[in-house]
Design a protein around this ligand. Structure first.
Ligand code: NAD
Ligand code: WQD
Length: 345
């Protein structure tokens, strides 16, 4: 069985589908602080398979200990966390508590149960303001906000675990995949599950789809004076189903005979940079909808461009993204137009 923390969330719910379809049993835990249980109902509807759900907070030590006693968990995918950059600047302690303490409680429970195979949701944010592109996994790391710092600190904590194994000669040793996601967008092609931000969105795609559906008057484009193809910010957008499949590959690798030695970081992106205007034009053209926009000043803390070198994931996980920009904009719109109020329909 695979334990999926934050299992009802955007990326996790898509990953649950791919895990179930690959034949894994899934146990999802979520405190539903930023998700609806409905997403997992729909996962079961899409796959025709059952998963086990526990509503709970993974900072709860007793709950985590009992969970590892009750279920035979082969590996954990740890998605649970808070993820809004702006909010993290206003509430750093909540972010450190939720993201770092949850990881400590989880890994302690894992260690006590001798389950030491972990996939962690990291982020391209750990590269800070990149000096060189594309980004390879061994480039310098830094953080520009508490959210990013929480990811960086967790990566460092996890790196200490196999070192301790070596000192104590414990077996089995920790085996950890740090998956650094670039910019996840899109939705399952059924249109049944997708991104459903409870408050104001943080990311570009939900702003685009909410504008297209009429929930917002226009999209604000944060700056058109960057040193990029058309002056707008460039990012490496990745379809969430490709991202989900990357998790299945990471789990397969962790459970394989060779496994993953110690802690290994993997960029999960497409390797291609897309500007805000390119994204907007692709969305309007593919979906034949108008998205009014205006150019506003740059957003504080934004970088001009960011995209991945994805060769390590290809070589070591046998994974690469296959979905194109058209799939990303089509599937994002399919989800939003079918579910104008998200899961509250
Ligand atoms: P999400 O908010 O949809 O999913 C996170 C889930 O974790 C939510 O369902 C939430 O209810 C749950 N959760 C939060 N704290 C919890 C706790 N203490 N106990 C139990 N459940 C808890 O976000 P997402 O976009 O699917 O992101 C998943 C992970 O990927 C996060 O760790 C995020 O930081 C990381 N990530 C996201 C992006 C992105 O742009 N979406 C990019 C890079 C990394
Ligand atoms: C993308 C581009 C904006 C909204 C953030 C986090 C990062 C990671 C992914 C979790 C930029 C522009 C956006 C809008 C706009 N999350 N934009 N108008 O900033 O690359 O990364 O999400 O780990 O940590 O920082 O993503 O989607 O916010 O922005 O013009 O209304 O779209 O300026 O160029 P970002 P984003």
């Amino acid at each position: 069985m695979i334990l999926v923390t934050g299992g009802a969330g955007y990326i996790a719910s898509h990953t649950c589908i791919e895990l179930l379809q690959a034949g894994y049993e899934v146990l999802a835990i979520d405190n539903l602080s930023n998700a609806s249980k409905e997403s997992l109902q729909r996962v079961q509807k899409i796959t025709g398979k059952k998963l086990t759900f526990i509503k709970g907070d993974i900072r709860n030590e007793q709950l985590m200990a009992e969970t590892f006693q009750q279920y035979n968990i082969a590996a954990v995918i740890h998605f649970a966390g808070l993820k809004a950059v702006g909010e993290s600047c206003a509430m750093p302690l909540e972010y450190y508590d939720n993201n770092i303490n949850s990881t400590l409680v989880l890994t302690q429970a894992m260690q006590a149960a001798n389950c030491k195979k972990l996939v962690f949701s990291s982020s391209a944010t750990v590269y800070g303001n990149p000096e060189k592109l594309p980004l390879t996994e061994d480039m310098p790391l830094s953080a520009t906000n508490p959210y990013g710092r929480s990811k960086l600190i967790i990566e460092e904590i996890l790196r200490d675990l196999p070192i301790a194994d070596a000192i104590k000669q414990t077996n089995p040793p920790w085996s950890v995949a740090l998956l650094r996601y670039f910019n996840p967008v899109g939705a399952h092609q059924s249109g049944l599950i997708g991104e459903d931000p409870s408050d104001t969105p943080n990311n570009l795609m939900p702003f685009i789809t909410q504008t297209a559906i009429g929930r917002r008057e226009k999209l604000a484009i944060f700056g058109d004076d960057y040193d990029t193809v058309d002056g707008t910010g460039v990012r490496d957008y990745i379809h969430v189903v490709d991202l989900a499949l990357g998790h299945v590959k990471a789990v397969e690798k962790l459970l394989s005979a060779g496994g993953i030695e110690g802690v290994q970081a993997y960029n999960l992106g497409t390797g291609t940079g897309i500007s805000v205007l390119e994204m907007l034009n692709a969305f309007a053209k593919t979906n034949k909808v108008k998205v009014p926009y205006e150019i506003v000043p740059r957003r504080a803390g934004d970088i001009a461009a960011c995209y991945a070198d994805v060769s390590r994931a290809k070589k070591e996980l046998n994974w690469q993204a296959t979905r194109q920009l058209e799939d990303m904009v089509k599937d994002s719109w399919h989800w939003q137009s079918k579910n104008p109020k998200g899961y509250k329909n």
